[in-house]
Write a protein that binds this ligand. Structure first.
Ligand SMILES: *Cc1c(COP(=O)(O)O)cnc(C)c1O
Length: 399
């Protein structure tokens, strides 16, 4: 078998430490390595494969579209992007769509939109309040927006215009709101920062504050959106509507796509002010349309809710058997974390992999679980037993 590790070392920029696994095939909630070994995938391309691997609806849509038209430019009309935009608008509280290629691009575009709004309607206000522990992407500006030192420190000085304040504190947002602030940008549930769920009233209070000040509320639903948290968008759980919303990850059913959505009032770009060469590409849009239509027609968010509850219940039972080691189970829908009293996440992730289960060590002391949204009850039970087996191998089994 090819020595991928050597090839990577020789040819590839070293931006991460990969798991010792080469995936060659995926189907549903499973992937296979070169030797034909099967793994249950609770990472799902980092919450991207909303319908699992190679879902027939997505595969068919992509096949059809690559035989018709692969790329033009946005100088011309193409149908898949308009159909996708219509589907997104008809199923959300927002009115307009801009399509791009990734999450960071969507988040950065949303900030540009808020700055345009600030220039036009808020006396040139340009600063954006964001939260500590947040993650909005890897471009320089989004690194500055993301309130995590580990992403910021290697790249200082950072682009100006972002104020990082404590997450889940309306007081911190109120205190930071000056006349130069044009927007607040938040994840409804923080994903990459460790699956941090805010208190039930937080987003309502932020909504009320933004209304009072006339500033833009941007919700970054790149990870939480498209059913992940048990409703189509996480903000629906919290009973609010954003002015601007970003989507990516689960939107494309595995293909790279991002979207900025806005209410009419905040849709203030004019011709030439923003753009993208690949954004709205026919193939990715056809895939996203097929995935989103399937998700809506089959009420996949409901399955994410039910399976999320089942997974949470199972994890709580495991917690009862490991009371000293497991300190918390948290999350919404199928975006869940298991927190430990010890820094075992990396080792446990490795043990899970050896047992045939892929999970993410989101923090040194926490695992993140984010399987496909159409996962079955049997697959949830299988993951639970594989996880407990891994725990037993790490710390000798109790009881
Ligand atoms: C993953 C993520 C991003 C960045 O998306 P990329 O496609 O990796 O650029 C931004 N915001 C949130 C909330 C994310 O989870």
């Amino acid at each position: 078998m090819t020595n991928w590790k050597e090839l990577e070392k020789k040819y590839f920029m070293r931006t991460l430490v990969r798991a010792p696994l080469t995936i060659v095939k995926g189907q549903g909630s499973y992937v296979w390595d070169e030797s034909g070994r099967k793994y249950l995938d609770f990472v799902a391309g980092w919450a991207v494969n909303s319908l699992g691997h190679c879902h027939p609806a997505v595969v068919e849509a992509v096949k059809r579209q690559v035989g018709e038209l692969i790329q033009t430019s946005n100088h011309y009309y193409t149908l898949p992007q308009l159909q996708l935009a219509q589907l997104l608008v008809e199923n959300s509280s927002l009115n307009k769509v801009f399509l791009c290629n990734s999450g960071a691009e969507a988040a950065e575009g949303a900030v540009k939109l808020a700055r345009r709004y600030g220039k036009l309607h808020l006396n040139g206000a340009y600063e954006v309040i964001t939260a500590t522990g947040s993650f909005h992407g890897r471009t320089l500006a989004m690194v500055s927006a993301s309130g995590q030192l580990k992403h910021q420190q290697p790249y200082t000085p950072l682009p100006a215009g972002f104020i990082n304040v404590a997450y889940n504190s309306i007081g911190a947002i109120m205190e930071a709101t000056t006349s130069t602030v044009c927007a607040v940008m938040l994840e409804p549930v923080q994903g990459e920062g460790g699956v941090n769920v805010p208190s039930p009233n937080y987003l309502k209070e932020v909504r009320r504050w933004c209304d009072e000040k006339g500033i833009v509320l941007i919700l970054d639903e790149i990870q939480t959106g498209i059913g992940r948290t048990g409703s189509l968008f996480a903000h629906q759980i919290y009973g609010i509507e954003p002015d601007v919303m970003t989507l990516a990850k689960g939107l494309g059913g595995g293909l790279p796509i991002g979207a900025i959505m806005a209410k009419d009032k905040f849709s203030v770009f004019t011709a030439g002010e923003h753009g993208s060469t690949f954004g709205g590409n026919p193939v990715t849009c056809a895939a996203a349309y097929a995935a989103l239509a399937f998700i809506i027609e089959n009420d996949i968010p409901r399955n994410a809710y039910d399976m999320g509850n089942r997974l949470t219940d199972g994890l709580k039972r495991i917690k009862e058997r490991w009371p000293a080691l497991i300190t918390e189970i948290r999350g919404k829908g199928l975006l869940l974390a298991v927190e430990f009293s010890d820094v075992i996440a990396k080792e446990l992730t490795q043990k899970c992999l050896e047992n045939g289960l892929l999970v993410n060590d989101v923090k040194p002391n926490a695992l993140r679980l984010m399987p496909a949204l159409n996962i079955t009850g049997d697959e949830v039970e299988e993951a639970l037993s594989l996880l407990e087996m891994a725990l037993c191998r790490l710390r000798s089994c109790q009881g």
